[in-house]
Design a protein around this ligand. Structure first.
Ligand SMILES: [Zn+2]
Length: 260
């Protein structure tokens, strides 16, 4: 699935209708401001959706699930993407930066894993040198953060975000090598998240290629965000839930999420 952003040269899609802004968009806007260091006024964006579609086409054969149009500061979403946090934050980052392009500094270095950036022409960060040491994924520390940490109807409509991070453990650029799990699955998981007691279904991301090496600069942290929604009803049992992030074969220390 692609995210469209060459919108300054495209016609505004026919069939788009105004979207009343879901309350969690303000939360996602703050996340996008925080990672980018940019600030802007969410209320200046006009939101549209195209009903009953999973993707749409502009002036090409490329399928899009979202697009930002500088003219009028408009964002159009395919109907099936109106609760897709990463996809929406991607379009928000266009609106915040006022750019239709995908500079690596913004979309990868600062906001990678927080905004969607795959299968689209996001500029690539510089690859690691072929001489960079190869380290097993198990050597990379994994951490997890939950925002907000308490579900207290904070205006997010039950939405919260779990961010899993993995950091280069070395003082030099390295290349990470994925471990294949004990079952020999050729597509071992990369980032994942689960809770105990179960608050949501475990979620994880798979790599495209088991043998791919992932470059890390000095001090680099790579992240992935999982957008989770408790919903208004049925209410989840009150209590403290331990949320754990994982990356390939490793787990983070758990952090608490409270349902009051
Ligand atoms: Zn884009």
């Amino acid at each position: 699935m692609s995210l469209g952003c060459r919108s300054d040269v495209e016609p505004f899609p026919t069939g788009a209708v105004r979207l009343s802004v879901p309350s969690q968009y303000a939360f996602w806007w703050r996340l996008t401001e925080a990672c980018s260091g940019l600030t802007g006024d969410l209320s200046q964006i006009q939101w549209y959706t195209i009903p009953n579609v999973a993707s749409f086409y502009l002036n090409s054969d490329t399928a899009y699930n979202g697009a930002w149009f500088p003219n009028g500061n408009r964002i159009v979403l395919a109907d099936s993407s109106v609760n897709n946090g990463q996809a929406i934050r991607h379009e928000m980052l266009h609106a915040l930066s006022r750019m239709t392009s995908h500079p690596a500094d913004l979309f990868l270095t600062k906001c990678g894993g927080i905004v969607a950036c795959s299968n689209i022409p996001c500029a690539s960060a510089a690859p690691p040198a072929a001489s960079a040491p190869i380290l097993d994924a198990s050597l990379f520390p994994v951490s997890v953060a939950v925002t907000p940490s308490i579900d207290a109807d904070s205006g997010n409509a039950g939405w919260f975000v779990v961010t899993v991070s993995v950091k280069n453990p070395s003082a030099q650029p390295v290349r990470l090598h994925y471990a294949i799990d004990s079952a020999g699955d050729p597509y071992p998981v990369t980032f994942g998240v689960y809770s105990w007691p179960p608050l949501f279904s475990p979620d994880f991301i798979e790599p495209v290629d088991t043998n791919s090496l992932v470059g890390f600069a000095v001090g680099e942290v790579k992240r992935w965000t999982f957008d989770l929604n408790l919903g208004a009803t049925p209410a989840k049992p009150k209590g403290t839930y331990a949320i754990t992030g994982f990356f390939n074969g490793d787990s983070s220390a758990a952090v608490s999420f409270i349902v009051p």
